[in-house]
Every structure is written in C-alpha cells, then in structure tokens.
Write a new protein. Structure first.
Length: 69
C-alpha cells in the first residue's frame, strides 16, 4: 500500500501574533503521523511559516519565530 501524500500546511505570521494561536495548531499537525510497516513514523504534514517577508517575526508575548517564506 502506498504511503499517504504529505500535505503542506502554511502558518501565517505577522508582527504581534499570539504564540498559542500559532504553536497549538503547529503541535497538532506535527504530531499527526502513521506507522510505516517497519515501525518508523510517516508524517502527514509538512509545516512552513510565511509572512510579509522571510526572517524573524516578533510575537506579542516576546518570543520571535522565523518565517520560512
């Protein structure tokens, strides 16, 4: 049986974003996987971050997250 396609999820960042609003869904998508016949995990989602421009984006709570695109 063929492995399911890995789907890309884009998380949009902007200055002042709320950390929980970003990392709650990121954690949910990142933990979604199925076992391969050899027991290794097959992730179902690739997560990327996007913003007006690539680079550091400061959250409203202080920590900075890097935008991939």
């Amino acid at each position: 049986m063929a492995e399911p396609e890995v789907r890309r999820v884009a998380v949009v960042l902007f200055d002042g974003f709320t950390v929980l609003d970003v990392y709650g869904p990121v954690q949910a998508f990142a933990s979604t996987r199925i076992p391969r016949p050899d027991g290794s995990p097959h992730r179902l989602f690739e997560i990327v971050t996007v913003a007006e421009k690539a680079g550091p984006i400061k959250s409203g709570e202080g920590p900075t997250t890097h935008a991939d695109y």
